[in-house]
Design a protein around this ligand. Structure first.
Ligand code: T73
Length: 228
């Protein structure tokens, strides 16, 4: 890896680690009681803090702030769901002490999310867990997800493509270094991004079903996902 690539990777990993989900949200998962209403409120708090953390992380991706302003918004709005699932999959499969994972899974299952959404979501978490990504890979893969040139309403495709390509080159080298025995590891990582897209489709349905049951979202979530 060249000096620049190592510097880029360090900048992204530092940003990824600097912006963590506040501990109080994670702690609350263990404390509050188990009513569907309480669970929904906790997931709302979790989603809101995840979006805040993602916005801060994105602003620290080298080159992002020099993109066209409207394209920055388009990328954030288009990638938040996928980046959120990717991050929670990583949190789920690694960071969280075992107790939390079981509790979080329990709360998610009992928060009014339609069952047909549960299976794909937890399958995704498992498939991410099985990859045993190092944190550098997680951080760069998240940046790659955010810098997707084909998001709706992106005007300057080229500029986003150039940034994403730089990240892809770093990730490819990193995968060879970190998983020398697995030839296709890099390809498998990118394959997860395809799986993520199907999840964001389910997510839209999840929001609708919550909306139908008169659940309230926070202003930030309404804004980022165009929910009125
Ligand atoms: C772990 C998850 C990624 C999975 C279950 C909780 C999440 C944080 C996310 O929740 C929301 O999107 C969400 C959206 C609006 C709302 O009011 C509550 C949660 C979906």
């Amino acid at each position: 890896m060249t000096k620049e690539q190592r510097a880029l990777m360090k900048a992204i990993v530092d940003a990824y680690n600097r912006h963590q989900i506040p501990q109080d949200v994670a702690k609350k998962l263990l404390q509050e009681q188990y009513s569907a209403e309480e669970n929904f409120l906790l997931l709302t708090e979790m989603a809101t803090s995840q979006v805040q953390v993602l916005v801060e992380f994105t602003k620290n991706i080298p080159g992002f702030l020099s993109l066209d302003r409207e394209d920055q918004i388009a990328l954030l709005k288009g990638s938040t769901v996928e980046a959120m699932f990717l991050r929670s999959a990583q949190v789920f499969s690694r960071k969280m002490p075992n107790g939390h994972t079981v509790v979080l899974e329990e709360r998610i299952r009992k928060s009014g999310i339609p069952d047909e959404f549960m299976t794909p979501m937890f399958n995704f978490y498992k498939s991410i867990g099985e990859l045993h990504m190092v944190q550098e890979e997680q951080a760069i893969l998240t940046a790659i997800t955010i810098l997707m040139p084909d998001r709706p309403y992106v005007k300057d495709h080229q500029a986003v493509e150039r940034l994403q390509e730089t990240m892809l080159n770093v990730l490819r080298k990193l995968c060879v270094l970190q998983h020398p025995q697995e030839q296709q590891y890099f390809a498998r990582l990118l394959g997860r991004l395809t799986e993520l897209r199907t999840l964001s489709h389910y997510h839209a349905e999840m929001l609708t079903s919550w909306k139908m049951n008169d659940h309230k979202f926070t202003p930030l979530l309404c804004e980022i996902w165009d929910v009125q």
